[in-house]
Design a protein around this ligand. Structure first.
Ligand code: ADP
Ligand code: MG
Length: 385
C-alpha cells in the first residue's frame, strides 16, 4: 500500500479523494466537525501540490435515495470556512455536469460531490457506479479509514480500477498505531473492553485474547460473562446467545469485575453496590473494588488499549468507573506506557474529561478500527494494495 509520502508530481492531475464527512447533523447544522478537521492535512497537501481535488463522502444512511436532510452541502460550507478557500459543491454524484465542473477547475481547486449513498450502487459495491467515478479522476486517495471496513463502491471497487492510488495521512496513522499494538507490543499488554454488547465486540475480544497479557471486561458486556459463571445479574443487559462463546475464552487472561453499581434503571439517581445484581435491578457501572483492581492492572501496563465505557456514563451517577479508567490511562501514559483508545462513546468520555490529548493515539476509526484489530486488514486496505 502506498501512502501520500510517496506521491510524485500531481500538478493539474484530477484526484478523487474519498473522505469521511459523516458528521452529526441537526436541521442542516453540523453539531461536530471533528471529521472534517481530521481530513484537512490531506486536503491541504493535495491542493497545495496543485491537484484538482474531487472530494466524495457518505453521510448517514439514505439507502440509495436522495434525502435533502443528508446533503453534504453544509460540509462544503464548513470546509470552505476551515480552509479559508473556495470549495465548490455539486448536487450530482457523477456524470456530465460533474465532468464539466472538473474541466473548468484550476490547479488546487476543490469540489465536493453529493452524498455517495444517494446512489444505490454505493452500498452494493456496484462496478458500474465505480466506473462512472473512475471517469472523473486520474488518481485515487482514501482518507476514509472509518468507512473502509465496508465493501462499498467508493472504498472497495473504485480503488481497484485505479493504477495510481494512495492512503491518506490519517488512514496511514490509524494503520501505523493499531499495528503497533498488534505486532510486538511492549509488555505487559493490557486491554480494557466495555460498552454495551458482547455481540458487537466478540471478534475483538477473541483477537485480543491471543495478543494481550490481560483483558479487563466492564460495561454492559460484563453481565454476559457473569452469567456464564452462574452469577445473578437481575435485569442487566445480556447477550444470551454468546454465553457459550465467552466460556471458551482463555480464562487466565480475562479479569472480570468483582462488583457492580446497580439500580432500577439507567436514569436512576441512586445505586447500591454488590457482587451480584438482585432480582429486578440492573448493573449500570463497575463497583469500587473493581475500579481499584483495574487501576492496579492498568498501572502495570506498558501497552494499553481501551474500547467501551465501563458503565452508563451518560448518567453521571454511573460515570465513575469509566472516568476512573480514563484517568488511570492518562497516568499510565505519563509513566511511559503506549496508550490507544477507540470507540465513539469512549472518545466522548475522554472529551468530557478533556483527556483526549493525554492518550498516545485516539483512534477515530470506530467499527473499522475494531475490525482491523480483529482481522489485521480491511476491504478498503486490500483495495489499495
Ligand atoms: P464505543 O462507542 O466506545 O465503542 P459502545 O458503543 O460499545 O462503546 O457502548 C457504549 C454504550 O454502552 C454507552 O452508551 C453506555 O451507556 C453503554 N453501557 C455501558 N455499560 C452499560 C451497562 N452496564 N448497561 C447498559 N449499557 C451500558
Ligand atoms: Mg458506540
Amino acid at each position: 500500500m502506498k501512502t501520500l509520502r510517496e506521491i510524485g508530481e500531481i500538478r493539474g492531475k484530477r484526484v478523487f479523494l474519498r473522505v469521511d464527512f459523516n458528521v452529526p447533523l441537526k436541521g442542516g447544522k453540523i453539531l461536530d466537525d471533528t471529521r472534517i478537521k481530521k481530513a484537512l492535512p490531506t486536503i491541504k497537501f493535495l491542493s497545495e501540490k496543485g491537484a484538482k481535488l474531487i472530494l466524495a463522502s457518505h453521510l448517514g444512511r439514505p439507502k440509495g435515495e436522495r434525502k435533502p436532510e443528508l446533503s453534504l452541502k453544509s460540509c462544503a460550507e464548513r470546509l470552505k470556512e476551515l480552509l479559508n478557500k473556495d470549495v465548490r459543491f455539486t448536487e450530482e454524484v457523477y456524470g456530465e455536469s460533474v465532468k464539466k465542473i472538473i474541466e473548468s477547475m484550476k490547479e488546487g481547486d476543490i469540489l465536493l460531490i453529493e452524498n455517495t449513498r444517494f446512489e444505490k450502487g454505493e452500498g452494493k459495491d456496484d462496478i458500474e457506479l465505480a466506473k462512472k467515478w473512475k471517469e472523473l479522476a486520474d488518481i485515487y486517495v482514501n482518507e476514509a479509514f472509518s468507512a473502509s471496513h465496508r465493501k462499498h463502491a467508493s472504498v472497495h471497487t473504485l480503488p481497484r480500477l485505479f493504477e495510481e492510488k494512495y492512503a491518506g495521512f490519517l488512514f496511514e496513522e490509524e494503520i501505523k498505531n493499531l499495528s503497533k499494538i498488534l505486532e510486538n507490543p511492549e509488555r505487559p499488554f493490557v486491554a480494557i473492553l466495555g460498552g454495551a454488547k458482547v455481540k458487537d465486540k466478540i471478534g475483538v475480544i477473541k483477537a485480543l485474547s491471543s495478543k494481550c497479557d490481560k483483558i479487563l471486561i466492564g460495561g454492559g458486556m460484563m453481565f454476559t460473562f457473569w452469567k456464564a459463571k452462574g452469577k445473578n445479574i437481575g435485569n442487566s443487559i445480556v447477550d444470551e446467545s454468546f454465553i457459550d462463546e465467552v466460556k471458551k475464552l482463555p480464562e487466565k487472561k480475562i479479569l472480570l469485575p468483582l462488583d457492580t453499581k446497580y439500580s432500577d434503571s439507567p436514569e436512576s439517581k441512586d445505586y447500591k453496590e454488590g457482587e451480584e445484581v438482585p432480582e429486578g435491578k440492573m448493573g449500570l457501572d463497575i463497583g469500587g473494588k473493581t475500579i481499584n483492581l483495574f487501576r492496579e492492572e492498568i498501572e502495570k501496563g506498558k501497552t494499553i488499549f481501551w474500547n467501551g465505557p465501563m458503565g452508563v456514563f451518560e448518567n453521571e451517577v454511573f460515570a465513575e468507573g469509566t472516568y476512573e479508567i480514563a484517568k488511570s490511562l492518562k497516568e499510565a501514559g505519563e509513566k511511559g506506557a503506549f496508550t490507544v483508545c477507540g470507540g465513539g462513546e469512549t472518545i466522548t468520555a475522554l472529551k468530557n474529561l478533556d483527556l483526549e490529548g493525554k492518550i498516545s493515539f485516539v483512534s477515530t476509526g470506530g467499527g473499522a478500527s475494531l475490525e482491523f484489530i480483529e482481522k489485521k486488514t480491511l476491504p478498503g486496505i486490500e483495495a489499495l494494495t
